[in-house]
Design a protein around this ligand. Structure first.
Ligand SMILES: *[C@@H]1O[C@H](CO)[C@@H](O)[C@H](O)[C@H]1NC(C)=O
Ligand SMILES: *[C@@H]1O[C@H](CO)[C@@H](O)[C@H](O)[C@H]1NC(C)=O
Ligand SMILES: *[C@@H]1O[C@H](CO)[C@@H](O)[C@H](O)[C@H]1NC(C)=O
Ligand SMILES: *[C@@H]1O[C@H](CO)[C@@H](O)[C@H](O)[C@H]1NC(C)=O
Ligand SMILES: *[C@@H]1O[C@H](CO)[C@@H](O)[C@H](O)[C@H]1NC(C)=O
Length: 381
């Protein structure tokens, strides 16, 4: 071997070591995998995947009003949504592989969905991505195993469907529309609403305009061209109106106690039980909820800051409970697909890592006392 050959081999060795360390750095350090030994419990809440419009989101004069344009039916998940919801589970598997362990066990996970077909399908898909069978749990050539989930009926679900369930929510929202400053503010949409009423034959208020925004967005996503007249209202000012609607449904502490409070209360109660060692079963590692854009928006507006977009399909928030130097607290991450991994958010009035007691102090005013705040005084027991 001459000097030149030895030199070449030397270069190859250096090159190999370099490549190997890059590989190591990419896959073992900056990977999203949670190897953290401080992690104690995880709560995840996600929006369902891509779907067809509900009938209320389509104008009565729309050329695409007929259900025949929607292969799976009004409001149902379609293939893009199937793929996206499954990816949420795959992502959580990669992030929490060590924390959850490879095999499914009933005690590790509580999976709950709202009583909607699209959220149920999305949860099934996410769970398929989260728990692909391995080892002894493989049972056929299908790379899937059934994972149970539960739901509370549509008009009884204070945590995930307060806007369907709580009559008090609609009463308070009407008061908010009528509040003089809001009423004055909303006059900016007079013309928009009048165009919409004229062209859709639907009665307009901030909520029904919000549904039409979603309907136009879905129509675009499905590749059905929007009619010429929609240019006057979509995306603006309907987009601004949609954002305003989120601010209206969280406009007062009283309404926040309904739209965000019941879910927050469950989240804090479960977290507290984990901290004080009374959680049942003790092996619980994850609570996984499948719900809607409103649920995500209400959490962001209550715990973080402003909101500028409709939370996209399969957007999700992770609440990680960590024990750091003896202190239990929560880290909140949001995935809106503007970047690869969920982003750590600062909790309003607290910090990126918010100690449990401080979190409780910050959100205490949003925690409802009981069922009356949802159902009103009339409902006894
Ligand atoms: C769910 O599917 C059932 C049929 O199984 C249908 O009657 C119902 O309207 C659907 N509900 C929603 C919210 O999609
Ligand atoms: C908006 O509509 C309301 C109710 O119809 C009306 O009282 C108000 O004067 C209108 N405002 C503007 C700026 O057009
Ligand atoms: C509503 O529709 C009628 C008939 O097409 C039209 O004359 C009127 O100007 C429209 N109003 C608005 C606000 O677009
Ligand atoms: C209430 O809603 C109005 C209209 O969107 C908004 O301008 C205002 O900032 C909201 N207030 C709060 C406290 O959210
Ligand atoms: C533990 O937390 C749960 C849930 O908040 C609560 O009901 C229970 O009283 C707590 N137990 C102790 C011993 O603090």
């Amino acid at each position: 071997m001459n000097k030149k050959e030895m030199c070449l081999i030397g270069y190859f060795i250096i090159f190999f070591v370099f490549c190997w360390s890059v590989y190591f750095a990419v896959f073992f350090t900056s990977s999203p995998t949670q190897n953290s030994t401080t992690l104690e419990l995880v709560h995840v809440i996600m929006r369902h995947g891509d779907r067809n419009p509900d009938k209320v989101s389509i104008g009565l004069l729309s050329p695409y009003l007929d259900e025949k344009y929607y292969a799976e039916g009004y409001g149902q998940l379609h293939k893009a949504g199937i793929i996206r919801a499954h990816q949420v589970g795959s992502y959580l598997r990669s992030r929490y592989n060590n924390f959850l362990g490879p095999t499914w066990n009933i005690k590790h996970l509580e999976a709950r969905t709202s009583d909607y077909n699209r959220t149920k399908m999305s949860l099934q898909l996410a769970l398929a991505g989260l728990y692909p069978p391995v080892g002894s749990q493989m049972w056929s050539s299908i790379y899937w195993q059934p994972i149970p989930y539960n739901y509370v009926p549509k008009f009884e679900d204070k945590e995930l469907l307060p806007y369907n369930t709580c009559p008090r929510f609609n009463e308070l929202l009407n008061d908010i529309y009528e509040e003089p400053n809001n009423k004055k503010y909303l006059e900016r949409y007079n013309e928009t609403f009048s165009i919409l009423e004229n062209k859709t034959l639907r009665k307009m208020d901030p909520e029904s305009a919000f549904y039409l925004y979603i309907g136009f967005q879905i129509q675009e996503q499905l590749g059905y061209p929007l009619e010429e007249w929609t240019k006057a209202v979509y995306p603006e000012p309907l987009h601004a109106e949609m954002i305003d609607f989120y601010h209206l449904i969280t406009n007062t502490t009283e309404i926040r106690r309904i739209i965000a409070g019941y879910f927050l209360k469950k989240l804090l109660t479960d977290t507290k039980a984990k901290i004080n060692g009374t959680i049942e079963p003790p092996e619980r590692k994850m609570f996984f909820y499948s719900a809607h854009e409103v649920n995500i928006a209400a959490m962001l507006l209550t715990l973080n800051e402003a909101i500028f977009e409709l939370p996209p399909y399969s957007a999700f928030i992770i609440f990680e409970v960590h024990k750091i130097e003896g202190v239990y607290g929560i880290k909140m991450f949001y995935q809106n697909y503007k970047q690869a991994d969920p982003v750590l958010l600062k909790i309003k009035g607290c910090d990126y890592f918010c100690p449990f007691d401080e979190l409780y102090r910050v959100v205490e005013k949003y925690l409802p006392e009981g069922d009356e705040e949802c159902f009103g005084g009339a409902r006894v027991s």
